[in-house]
Ligand binder design. Sequence first.
Ligand SMILES: *Cc1c(COP(=O)(O)O)cnc(C)c1O
Length: 401
Amino acid sequence: MKQTERLASDGGQPVRDIYLPGAQQDVDEDDIRAVVTVLRSKWLTTGPSIEGFEEAVAQFVGARYAVAVSNGTAALHAALYSLGVGPGDEVIVPPITFVATANAVLFMGGTPIFADVAPDTLLLDPAQVEAKLTPKTKAVIAVDYAGQPCDYDALRHICERHGIALVADACHALGAQYKRRRVGTLADLTAFSFHPVKHITTGEGGMIVTNREDLATCMRRFRNHGITTDHRQRAAQRTWQYEMEMLGYNYRLTDLQCALGIRQLQKLPQWLTRRQVIAELYDEAFARISGIIPLRRLANRLHAYHLYVVQLDDNALQTGRATIFSALQAEGIGVNVHYMPVHLHPYYQQRFGYRRGEFPVAEEAYTRLLSLPLFPTMSNHDVADVVRAVHKVVTAYAGLQ
Ligand SMILES: *Cc1c(COP(=O)(O)O)cnc(C)c1O
């Protein structure tokens, strides 16, 4: 056994005294002033900040229409509603994602059909999608896991050939690009989230972008109870009359949130660059540390780096992920795991009876996944602390060579 530093989990001195979180939003005084300005204005919701934010996001991603909703989950729900997903329909989703991706299919009465991911990127594998197609398949939801765009050319090709819709769950990928084309223009509908851990935040918030006017109009009604006009449109028309045409929800985002979103979006380019710089520092460091394998970065992509995910190398380590996770936490490093495969959650197990081994790549990857801290206001010193802690822990558990 090599001589190693005593781990904090073993009573040693931790690498950090002050815990480094895994993710952290950045809200500055200008952001706060923008929200306060709305608070003093006439419209707290359904006001002009909504269109302001929608137009800014549409322009940023290069899509024609953007519809703001209360969160990323509502964005996925609205997207599937606009496509008319219903009972008897199947929607193909990857098992490695946040539960909301598959849950949105269930909200519509449809059936999520899992298709396994590629082992080195954990992105939806087009060959697996192809294998899961049936006459009932209505759509495919691609998840740009960690911020890296899926193989959209292959997925588009499959969807076009079978006349089904392609939805992008790009909650990790605001600002990413595939072959110089921006995420937001690659699928029929693209969903984003503005939860505080994501690239920009509105507290809670979401957006769907599309080039199809019919889908955008449908989603605007869907977020407002299925009513054809909103409060401000009626005020402008001096009418009290409105009609509900379909069963919608109250999925509106407020003007307070949109004002914050407009400000946050202005800082996104510099934040994306910083995320990429941090990822490169990690890449360089982990190239020299055995036991830690970063996810593969594919060519022709601009990675938005929502997450920096590594896989532990079982052959180089004498212990499992749980021990490494706890040891890094004890060192003051906010590591996390994204995600337990959706089909292994008790609800999915009980409702659909999936057996272990059905999605072997996702299940095997899950036992080895670790997300390291990554957020734009992390300093290079913070990055060095993470690298030092990883090196310390991995060295302590290194296998006998
Ligand atoms: C965050 C996230 C969502 C849901 O977004 P919320 O705003 O939290 O509802 C959906 N899918 C993925 C992949 C996400 O990361």
